[in-house]
Design a protein around this ligand. Structure first.
Ligand code: KE4
Length: 437
């Protein structure tokens, strides 16, 4: 190859001939930000190296799972040991029980759980279980929240509360989303009206408690309180989608954060993924015994999976949970993440860039807006072109953030103070360029 070949470009062209868009998940294609995706050659700690051998400080970390950083020795050792014992059996193993015990120990609202292989599978199964357990078909989700790509969840708001959802994807028949009601995040009045109209027919409300698929938008405490109260009043289940926030914003997930402000707060079901698998294909959904025992083979709600509870994935997840459960882990991670957003905020203020940011535990988000948005409409008021220039300016300086303004960011235990300082320094340079142009 020519000496200054860009191997990312060569790989991307090769990939696009064989894989739709050259990627196995759309957000990786850099469609929103433009340019050539970086093909990862290897990763270690807070960094990955692309096909050209260029190092990046990684703030995606596989979209959340790599909370310890890449290649943590204890996790590598656990996975290597598991592989030597066998890849997959399609039969129960002790490690699935150990992982269930570990998760239930961290999330008191879960009495029983089922392991699956992806967040989509967990979210889809949680909706089916809520419908089966309540005998009701309708459910509420919120605009800007993503719960995986199951048909009933690929939906945008209908016009008004009387009408239900419309598909956001081709291939989803309108009737499949007919029972999905899409409301505005943080809108208490609309939520109360929806329950007044449909409360008797609602199986559940599913919510991202801190919406990482809108970059980083917190459900307000009053809004979360009303979600809980209205679900209880009307016999609907409150389903927390903590695929992103679980064991990431706190050891007990976002529900443990809300329980600090709402005494006794707990959802009825929780969907988990990402961190609990440590980067391997593993997710889970759980809740009360009464609800979970509606699942096959005990109850009438069917759900299954060839690789569910995979012995290598459970080893990876267990080793990860062991490490993040160590004393001081989340305090250190939270401090580091807050230092990043504070540093970015100071750099933005010094350069006059409209900027707002927030973090909880090892998850953060920022907006090129002067105030934190409270819902999807507000998030999408961000200047996309400006974000794209920020994204590429950081990328050129070896800092890898999410290639889309509606995605959250993640710090790992492996990110050093030096990495954070380097990132803030790079942002300061790019903010300056944005302001001077
Ligand atoms: P997966 O099916 O991608 O494992 O999980 C779906 C899912 C469910 N719930 C929440 C809150 C999620 O954030 C996700 C997946 N998150 C995206 C990032 N926004 C994964 C990245 C991707 O789609 O490639």
């Amino acid at each position: 190859m020519k000496p200054n070949t860009d191997h990312n470009e060569v790989l991307f062209e090769r990939a696009k001939r064989l894989i739709p868009g050259g990627v196995n998940s759309p957000v990786r294609a850099f469609k929103a930000v433009g340019g050539t995706p970086r093909f990862v050659q290897r990763a270690q700690g807070a960094y990955f190296w692309d096909a050209n051998g260029r190092r990046y400080i990684d703030y995606i970390g596989s979209w959340g799972p790599m909370i310890l950083g890449h290649g943590h020795p204890a996790v590598v050792e656990a996975v290597q040991k598991a592989i030597a014992e066998g890849f997959s059996f399609g039969a129960p193993t002790e490690r699935e029980v150990e992982l269930a015990e570990a998760i239930i120990g961290l999330v008191p609202s879960i009495e029983m759980l089922r392991l699956v292989s992806s967040g989509t599978e967990a979210g889809m199964s949680a909706i089916r279980l809520a419908r089966g357990a309540t005998g009701r078909s309708k459910f509420i989700k919120f605009e800007g929240c993503y719960h995986g790509h199951a048909d009933a969840l690929l939906v945008k708001a209908g016009s008004g509360l009387a009408t239900f959802g419309n598909p956001t994807s081709a291939g989803v028949p309108p009737e499949v989303v007919h029972d999905t009601l899409v409301l505005e995040y943080n809108n208490v009045a609309q939520l109360e009206e929806a329950f007044a109209l449909h409360g008797h027919a609602l199986a559940c409300v599913i919510i991202e408690p801190i919406a990482g698929n809108m970059n980083f938008v917190r459900a307000s405490v009053p809004f979360m309180k009303r979600c809980r109260e209205l679900c209880s009043e009307h016999g609907a289940l409150l389903v927390f989608d903590e695929v992103m926030t679980g064991c990431r914003v706190a050891l007990g997930g976002a529900q443990s954060v809300y329980a600090r402000d709402i005494p006794g707060f707990a959802p009825d079901m929780t969907v988990l993924g990402k961190v609990i698998g440590g980067g391997m294909p593993l997710a889970a959904f759980g809740g009360s015994r009464a609800v979970m025992e509606q699942l096959a083979p005990l109850g009438p709600v069917y759900q299954a999976g060839t690789l569910s509870g995979n012995p290598v994935a459970t080893a990876c997840g267990l080793a990860t949970l062991r490490e993040i459960g160590k004393p001081g882990f989340f305090e250190d991670l939270s401090r580091k993440t807050r230092a990043l957003v504070d540093g970015l905020g100071a750099a933005a203020r010094d350069t006059g860039v409209d900027f707002s940011a927030d973090s909880e535990g090892g998850m953060f988000g920022f907006f090129l807006l002067d105030a934190l948005p409270q819902n999807y409409t507000a998030v999408m008021k961000s200047d996309g072109a400006k974000f794209n220039r920020l994204f590429h300016g950081l990328l050129e300086r070896g800092v890898y953030i999410a290639p889309a303004l509606y995605e959250a960011g993640f710090v790992s235990a492996a990110h050093s103070a030096q990495d954070i300082a380097e990132t803030v320094g790079a942002a300061r340079e790019v903010f300056q360029i944005l302001q001077n142009s």
